[in-house]
Design a protein around this ligand. Structure first.
Ligand SMILES: [Zn+2]
Length: 434
């Protein structure tokens, strides 16, 4: 239900160029089959933010692709880049978004400074690399925010304090289809389960696995997914809900009412979340919240969360549209305190909405000949169908000035994913299976 962000264009020729580069980076020459987990704090407000308190940890395997190392999508407002320290060559990159990005657009974020935990995972380098944190600027381009040299052999590498959350037993294989290098590894972290809830947790794992793979295009690609469940409990059952005066000592500290929106269910405890995942092969994270109250949230390449409400079979795919696909919400909600991330003078970075500033970089080539731009709304299209592909006004929380591809989509009102969203999801899936 949440989410969204601002800027940039997906120039297809640029994408090809990146892909070619990516194929040319030889994984084994630069990396070993392990993961460098980097924990840090992002501290700031709307005016400015800084990165600090870094710590590093070596995880036992790398779950990502060995060939698709550079990010072909210019999506997200942040990007992590790993360069060879000697040659300066770009070896690995990924775009992502963060909860801080939303905080800074809230009324409180205008001037109050807050600290947010963030975690990125990159392949473990064989030799010294430059690690660069980039941030999208007002010109829509990525700029270096902070960078440093990381020598994997140095005794000075500050390894993380050992977490008390280390998993004693193996994660559950809810679905295993093969080598993590060629699969999309999704880890389900149970939240709000107490010591007596382990049977329910295992039942709920199965349900969430079904919801993950139940809708197109996930259903057709189900054999490209490994799904893992981390069987960990917290001290108590339930989910914190400040609006109802409920406070729960749960595994990863998730809460409703994030930034004052009742149904917005998120956690700020990223270090603990990644502690729970530990060495489980992980490309994407789902937090399964043990509550029947409607709610969820997701951020691109960060995590997705849904409660066990009766709508979870639709809420979860919607949230995965954000966290895996980097898709924008296609609905209108002009009351969102943290949602005003789009400016009408620039093309948004997400593939499924447009301001028509650079529509050629979006789904223009998919439009049937003769389609009017913008396309008049057709209120006769049933709620469970996309209707004809077009350019319909009202998306990205704004009633005017931002356009979506169809009348109804998973990213608007739980209809099936539209052709534009499905195309991007399939492109992202391909990044993990080659
Ligand atoms: Zn869509």
């Amino acid at each position: 239900m949440k989410k969204k962000i601002a800027i940039v264009l997906l120039i297809s020729t640029l994408g090809c160029c990146f892909e070619l580069q990516a194929q040319n980076v030889r994984f084994k020459q630069y990396f070993t089959d392990a993961t460098l987990r980097i924990d840090y704090l992002r501290v700031g407000n709307r005016q400015h933010d800084t990165i600090g308190s870094l710590s590093h940890e070596r995880l036992s395997l790398w779950a990502g692709s060995l060939t698709q190392l550079l990010d072909p999508f210019d999506n997200g407002d942040y990007r992590i880049v790993v360069r060879d320290a000697k040659s300066g060559r770009e070896l690995y990159s990924r775009g992502y978004n963060t909860l801080f990005r939303e905080y800074r657009d809230t009324p409180q974020g205008a001037d109050s400074v807050a600290a947010f935990e963030e975690v990125v995972r990159v392949p473990w380098p064989r030799r010294t690399v430059e690690i660069c944190f980039q941030k999208r600027g007002g010109d829509q381009r990525m700029h270096s925010q902070f960078s440093y040299r990381f020598d994997p052999d140095s005794a000075m590498v500050q390894l993380r304090r050992k977490s008390s959350l280390r998993i004693a037993t193996e994660p559950e294989r809810l679905q295993y289809k093969g080598n993590p290098h060629k699969k999309i590894d999704v880890v389900i972290v149970p939240e709000g389960y107490g010591p007596a809830d382990s049977l329910k947790m295992r039942r709920d794992f199965r349900s969430f696995c079904d919801y993950l793979l139940g809708q197109e295009p996930f259903r057709s690609r189900r054999d490209d997914f490994n799904v893992w469940g981390v069987p960990l409990s917290g001290q108590e059952s339930g989910i914190t809900d400040p609006g109802k005066g409920i406070e729960v000592n749960s595994l990863v500290g998730a809460s409703y009412n994030t930034f004052g929106a009742d149904r917005y269910l998120m956690t700020m405890r990223l270090f603990r979340l990644h502690d729970a995942i530990g060495n489980t092969p992980c490309d994407h994270i789902i937090i399964m919240a043990n509550s029947s109250t409607y709610g969820g949230g997701a951020i691109y390449n960060f995590y997705a969360m849904s409660s066990l409400n009766e709508m979870a079979f639709m809420v979860l795919p919607h949230e995965l549209g954000h966290s895996i696909g980097g898709l924008a919400d296609e609905y209108v909600d002009e009351d969102l305190s943290y949602g005003d991330m789009h400016t009408m003078e620039q093309e948004p970075v997400e593939p499924n909405i447009t301001t028509l500033v650079d529509f050629g970089a979006k789904w223009q080539s998919m439009l049937p000949a003769g389609t009017p731009v913008p396309t008049p709304a057709d209120e006769t299209v049933p709620r469970n169908q996309n209707g004809p592909l077009g350019v319909y006004e009202g998306a990205g929380y704004h009633a005017k000035g931002i356009y979506r591809p169809v009348m109804h989509c998973m990213m608007r009102d739980y209809a099936p994913f539209c052709p534009v969203c499905s195309r991007r999801l399939n492109e992202v899936f391909d990044l993990y299976v080659r």
